[in-house]
Design a protein around this ligand. Structure first.
Ligand code: YXS
Length: 259
């Protein structure tokens, strides 16, 4: 059963996240279809790609598939984790990738949407970063990616509180490029995509590489990286990590004890 739908019209490639039973959770299976769709659009030299959920969706994506989080303390968010690969492929795509957002964006799906070059949101959209609610030791690459889209005080509030930020607030913090009523979303996309398609594809692709190179140039010493990884491994082995995932499946609030 396909977990995404794709279409190509007027030089715009569209990828629709469509696994409603799991609220478009970013499972390895869904991500593998997403990666294949991006590769296919790249081979066809598609210059604008849109990543969206079906029109009227109440959840854009529920984030990393919680069923695929590790139960044996192994780190899921390694370099080749499906979600990491999808984020890199979006960042490296030689054209504009636009997230068209309606409904809730949760956890790792926020990072996926923010990895896109811009976000056009309906006023129904919300953004929630929830690793602290689940007890998941967010990885440092993810933290660095988020810092490219959001100021430090705002990203800390989102991560520490794990609350849902409204589209209007996300617009105020520069996370979202535009907020419109749901019925005006397609028109906003046509305007933005139309302008991009009238410009030089070589220059758009170059600009993307330049920003990717500059934003990825933040130095991080090997010792610092290893120290952070040691702390993350301890959290994966903690009671709190197991409690966070248990609480999710029990559909109840987690009770963390700090060990
Ligand atoms: O109980 P069934 O079998 O019907 O399945 C339920 C949920 O278990 C499933 N589902 C998910 N399955 C895997 N991974 C998920 N992330 C996930 N989210 C939901 O979908 C079925 C319907 O869910 P339900 O009944 O809650 O639907 P709803 O419409 O009432 O609420 C939709 C949500 C998205 C508000 C709610 O499901 C929810 O809060 N989901 C968890 C959102 C979240 O915290 N995601 C972060 C995942 S962890 C992650 O992304 C990174 C590792 S990190 O934490 O580091 O950011």
């Amino acid at each position: 059963m396909a977990r995404i739908e794709t279409s190509l019209e007027n030089d715009i490639g569209t990828i629709v996240l469509n696994d409603p039973a799991k609220r478009n959770a970013l499972s390895a299976a869904l991500i593998s279809e997403l990666l294949a769709a991006l590769l296919s659009f790249e081979e066809q030299h598609v210059r604008v790609v849109v990543l969206r959920a079906p029109a009227g969706a109440t959840t854009w994506s529920a984030g990393h598939d919680v069923h695929e989080l590790p139960t044996n303390g192994r780190d899921p968010m390694t370099y080749n984790d499906p979600l990491r690969r999808a984020i890199r492929q979006i960042q490296e795509y030689p054209g504009a990738v636009i997230a068209l957002v309606e409904g809730g964006v949760w956890g790792g799906a926020c990072e996926l949407a923010m990895a896109c070059d811009m976000i056009l949101a309906a006023d129904t959209a919300t953004f929630a970063l929830t690793p602290a609610r689940l007890g998941v030791p967010y990885d440092i690459v993810g933290a660095m990616n988020l810092m490219q889209s959001v100021s430090l005080p705002v990203i800390k509030e989102m991560l520490f509180r794990a609350h849902s930020m409204s589209a209007a607030e996300a617009r105020e913090h520069g996370i979202v490029n535009r907020v419109v009523p749901p019925e005006a979303l397609e028109a906003a996309l046509s305007e933005v995509a139309g302008d991009i398609l009238r410009n030089s594809p070589l220059v758009v692709a170059l600009l993307k590489q330049e920003f990717d190179a500059i934003s990825g140039a933040r130095p991080l010493g090997a010792g610092t990286f290893e120290r952070i990884q040691m702390i993350r491994r301890r959290i994966y082995d903690s009671e709190d990590y197991r409690e966070g995932i248990r609480a999710f499946f029990d559909k109840r609030e987690p009770k963390f004890v700090g060990r």
